[in-house]
Design a protein around this ligand. Sequence first.
Ligand code: NAD
Length: 261
Amino acid sequence: MNIDLSNRTAVVTGASSGIGKATAIRLAKAGANVFTGDVQLRDETTAEFQSLGIHQQVCDVTNLDQLKSLINGAAKATGRLDILVNNAGIIMVKQIDDVSEEDWDRCIDTNVKAVFFGTKFAIPHMRKVGGGSIVNTASNAGILPRAHDPVYSISKQSVVGITRSLALCHSKDRIRVNCVCPGPVGETEIMEEGLREFADREAAVRKFIYASPLARALDRMISPDEIAQSILYLVSDAAEMVTGTSVTIDGGKSLGVPPEA
Ligand code: NAD
């Protein structure tokens, strides 16, 4: 599909690595003016972004002043805002007995509050240009909660909920709100953090691949760019009638338990 985002302005959060980085690159290559924010800038990403004209700034999405400044700054610099990808997120693998109030606040503030308020800050700019498209990065844990990370699962179910509710509220403004629900994605810091928990890294990679029937059949993990391509479609005019939906890209992981190989 040939997607042209020329003259559109896009903001992507959590873009220094993984899915956010791949998304910023996809959107820029499709012609959008891309503005990114991340709590931490990485040299290799900065170099790649500079070559594509992608703007980068430090932005902690849990700090609403910084989040607002990222979104307002992009709109001010280009005179418009068309696309917002609320992607920044953190994992939390803890059972309820070990979850402190601080843990809860950190996960919910990053994964949920920032998605809601990012959307709130973007809407007035999108109304001014007659509409827009917002994509939130949820997780397949937002569709099928998991036993090992209840707070993360709760946060991503909330992202699916925000997506559906705000899609309903803002269709009248021609603002579409969708989300992607990835399964285990390789080449991301979140996955690396998960893999560090295991003594045998290779065995852990096999475990993640084995959990998704299609990943197992293809013998590889999902790549960040495969998620970015779905986001590209959702923000494009090709998806003009698509809103409130969750696109699951998990190699079939949330379908059920696959048959033994
Ligand atoms: P990643 O860790 O490579 O990227 C996440 C980025 O978000 C990082 O660059 C990090 O610095 C940034 N970030 C974290 N907290 C932030 C904050 N407070 N403010 C601004 N930036 C912040 O991992 P990823 O997999 O690319 O994660 C992107 C999104 O995908 C997350 O929302 C995550 O929950 C979701 N997701 C990931 C997977 C996976 O397997 N990797 C699966 C499902 C969903």
